[in-house]
Design a protein around this ligand. Structure first.
Ligand SMILES: [Zn+2]
Length: 395
């Protein structure tokens, strides 16, 4: 039995083309995916149980002999990658874009997507998104796990830079491990080819196909499919809703701590002050609505992944900054910082906070913003943030 699956292949001159990164080394092939063997005594997933989907951009050594348990990076497909998957080389912004796109496709379901590994005591599904080496497939799952009887599994997606392609392949691989099969409909995420447009979990019955030649088949998981469709057809949207239930409302508020400038500090123009904050949230990273007031007057209102702005030659006088961030669920955090700007040539008052430290844009140190554990990737992200300098005195 062929223990691997191609979920997406280049349409290679076929109609409509495809959205693949030509560097990713895709080629057309015709594998099929096996259904998972039944574990004696195993139970179907209790309907409507929420799930975590962990997109692992960090790669790592794969373990064998432990099935496909994501907690220990176990994979029955480890041999395809010589036991190792390299990290995704894309920068932090690309990771967030892929994450956001994946969350968008899951917005109706009780699946929470994260890019940091959940705690040990949680069940989760993992898709490793990284350098799979030379492969003929865009992504691969170990099996079709009808009714998700095996719980969390590990699957793989090649390191696409496109968030549209990446998120579609992530979701198709994860969905295979939840018991969803390929269908012959280019609009559905379970189509074995990536189509040009947006694919989603569609609320329609589509023909199940055996392979990338789109050969019709009766399918393996009809105990589920037949709840919504005739035998041999699948409604991916309704199956997702059945498995995981509706979206879980996010009621957890983020936290925000302003780390620069120092509260109560004084600065002499010309100066550039970094406005930096540490944000934490159950769904971090994400785009927060960031609103800033200066002495009660709104100064800034934009979507940002973090708080990392530059204040260039602020107006003279005392400033009271209030920074408010709102997450996707509408939960709010607020923090404030006061600082004073003196005219050029002024002397700082006695016993100032070390002005060099306060005034520096901080370079590498600001990596701590919202991404404290991530060295090189965070640096790239910071540079991206600092590049957004505007012509006003804040940036
Ligand atoms: Zn597939």
């Amino acid at each position: 039995m062929v223990m691997w699956a191609m979920v997406v292949a280049l349409a290679g001159g076929g109609s409509g083309g495809d959205a693949f990164d030509p560097d990713a080394g895709m080629s057309r092939d015709t594998p099929s995916i096996p259904a998972a063997e039944t574990i004696p005594g195993s139970q179907a997933r209790p309907v409507g149980t929420p799930e975590f989907l962990y997109v692992n951009f960090d790669g790592g050594l794969l373990q064998t002999g432990c099935g496909n348990d994501p907690h220990y990076d176990c994979s029955t497909l480890a041999h395809l990658f010589d036991g190792y998957v390299g990290p995704f080389e894309g920068n932090f912004s690309q990771r967030v874009a892929i994450l956001q796109e994946t969350r968008k496709d899951l917005a109706d379901f009780g699946v929470t997507t994260v890019i940091e590994r959940p705690p040990d005591d949680l069940d989760y599904t993992m898709v490793v998104y990284g350098d799979l080496g030379a492969q003929s497939f865009a992504g691969i799952a170990p099996y079709i796990d009808c009714e998700d009887t095996r719980g969390g599994d590990t699957s793989f997606t090649a390191a696409f830079s496109s968030s549209n392609t990446g998120s579609t392949v992530i979701l198709q691989e994860a969905a295979h491990t939840w018991g969803l099969e390929h269908v012959d409909a280019t609009s559905d995420i379970l189509n074995p080819f990536k189509s040009v447009g947006q694919q989603s979990f569609r609320d329609e019955c589509f023909k199940i196909v055996a392979n990338t030649d789109l050969e019709p088949t009766a399918g393996s998981c009809n105990q589920i499919h037949q709840r919504f469709c005739d035998i041999g057809y699948q409604n991916s949207y309704q199956e997702m809703l059945l498995l995981f239930g509706p979206a879980v409302p996010d009621v957890e508020a983020p936290t925000l701590e302003i780390t620069s400038p120092v509260d109560g500090s004084t600065h002499v123009n010309p100066t550039t002050i970094a406005l930096l904050g540490e944000i934490d949230d159950n769904l971090h990273p994400q785009f927060y609505s960031v609103v800033i007031w200066d002495n009660g007057e709104q100064l800034f209102d934009e979507l940002h992944v973090g708080l990392d702005l530059l204040l260039v030659n602020p107006p003279l006088g005392a400033h009271e900054f209030v920074v408010q961030i709102t997450d996707d669920g509408g939960n709010v955090a607020e923090a404030r910082v006061d600082f004073t700007i003196l005219a050029e040539g002024s002397e700082l008052p006695a016993e100032p906070e070390d002005p060099d430290e306060v005034d520096e844009p901080k370079g590498v140190e600001s990596c701590a913003v919202g991404q404290p554990d991530d060295g090189p990737a965070a640096l790239l992200w910071l540079l991206a943030g600092l590049a957004m300098v505007r012509r006003r005195w804040w940036s």
